[in-house]
Design a protein around this ligand. Sequence first.
Ligand code: ARG
Ligand code: GLU
Length: 733
Amino acid sequence: MRYILRYFLVAFLVVSCNTIKQTTKVQESITSKAFDTREIQGGMWVPSLLKGMNEEEMKLLGSKMTAEDIYSVNNSSLKDAIVHFNGGCTSEVISPNGLLLTNHHCGYGVIQSHSSVDHDYLKDGFWAKSYAEELPNKNFSVTFIKRIDDVTDAVFVGVTEGMDETAKQKIISQNINKVTKSAKKEAWQDANVKEFYKGNQYLLFVTEEFTDVRLVGAPPTAIGKFGSDTDNWMWPRHTGDFSMFRIYANKDNKPAEYSKDNVPYKPAHHLPISLDGVEENDFTLVFGFPGSTDEYLPAVAVDQIVNTLNPAKIEVRENALKIVDGFMRADQEIKIKYASKYASIANYWKKWIGENQGIEKSNAIQKKRDLEAKFSKIVNEKELVGYKTLLSDFETLYKEFEDVSLARDYWIEVAYRNTELLNASFRAFQLEQAFLRGGEQAFESSRTSLLNRYKGYYKNYSAKVDKPVFEKLVSLYAEKAPKEYVPAAMQNVDYSTLTKNIFNNSKLTSLAGAEELLNGSAKEVIEKLNADPGYRFGKDLHSTFYFKIEPKFQELNLKIGAVQKKYMKALMEVFPSKRFFPDANSTLRVTYGQVKGYAPKDGMRYGNTTYLKGVIEKYVPGDYEFDVPKKLLELYNTKDYGQYADNGKMPVCFIGTNHTTGGNSGSPAIDANGNLIGLNFDRVWEGTMSDYNYDADICRNIMVDVRYVLFIVDKYAGATNLIKEMTLVHPKK
Ligand code: ARG
Ligand code: GLU
């Protein structure tokens, strides 16, 4: 009751100013008897704007923290322990000496780069037993967020309603430049401005980037990637998906290029680690850098994704994966070459399938249509003239968008992502374009970087695998992409003959051949390229993309963006008591929820935690996905879990209702008091549609239990040096 009263107070504090606050009126559904916690979960919130609604919601869910505990400019707070990990994942500081925790799949590239046949850290794991053994990395960085300011007013100076979209965007980018340049910051810090709520709000981020980041530890793949693709996006899960790094700074604790004189960074905050574990309904907060979501699309757009775009992308990948898998199973060398490519293609293939099923199952499109009907009714009743045509504008624009959007997806999936020869020809096409636009000089610098790229590229290339993929995918494109975007050379041909001709005669099927093509003066290279059948075939496709698909796509995208911006504003006005969070955009966000099992199907109920016992149940000796290291089997048999056991059992993963997406990998899961309890790394299959439609009934994020991380570090790896520098706590005892 006390909470509810407080909740009402907040409702009256709704601030009326032109910038957007994460503050809306109290949920009508919350009554003093039993409110539905599902109503106050979901959303990825800006950490500097938590006061008010979010703070209250978190308390209702069991949090003991204030908004200031999570984000503060003047005092140390949770945010000082969170970093963007090389621009993609998230990572957190877990010791006073700059020790970082992130996922194994986030550190994968780095671990691989230090591996060789003699030291295979992917296979065997890696543990530095002292600072001196930690491994430095090139072209790598982590970024702290020092401050977030609302700069909406400054960004909109000089923008008026009547202007056309292109003119508006021009002034906005000029203003953003000005705001960024004049931002108050220290010499070693950076500033950048990002758009929120579809361009209705702009926030400035002052950041601090560290580039001396060293690898500290990683478990073997059989732990860090246990279950691999079969278990990916699935619950129950048993993956110890973690690795450790350390930030180094100069003697003044400031960012500095790698130097052996650098010292471990002293953070303003590091996360204490709870050994007490979690149970159903415990509060959880996930703090990190979610990449992108699209929560406010109209029904017509989601319909297009589910019924047109996703099926096309799924079909292309399914065909490519089937062919590659056949070769990988038969040939160990091909298996190694294609393992990482296969995993990344399979990752989103599987995600899209789950997404489509989830949208259907949760009736998301119909729910959006119902909301739109309500929206129209209110707009008409209140005579909100400016909003009357929004939904019909969407209908018209998305109809016009469908073919070009589909063609773009076919080009990306066939010519860019899945057929390697076509990707190689696209890079060469860009080289020719660089020459046409920038002459010899542009050509030279592009050639140097292309030669470098090809070296890495062909190391893992097999023409034997690529050839049948080419034949299948090219015929799919020709058959299924909208006709006006299919080049003539692809129509009415025999794909088998075409493929044979290209793979027998193109130089793009090997590194030596590609290097030969790129050798000589710019003019000679362009001539040789254009005489190569692989290049010429690719060029037709890439020109279609460059000169037909992309310009039309961007033009319509700008128009849709303008409608979407107005629609976002309109939704917030028309439904003032609904919760609106800004879509993810790779900026720092807080999401909160509770530990919770779920029912994936009628008559089926999933628990919230998995245990080491489940690893053993899945164990297939020698299997590339489900093998278990001998030492782990021994620890299981002797139940040697030390202080990390939970009533004699070893927890491995748990799930919660936190609303996460790609980029949240490596994010800390934090308890009601600000202690680390887990490490986010995935979502459940039934809930991957949360990028378009979060539903607290079936959307769950998957976290490694931090006690499993500590158990592996301590008991499996014997890296007690790392355990010693952490702050272990017992908040429940
Ligand atoms: N599904 C997770 C994510 O989206 C994990 C991917 C890495 N693991 C894998 N088996 N491919 O990134
Ligand atoms: N594995 C994802 C990542 O790399 C996180 C999972 C998700 O998409 O929620 O960020």
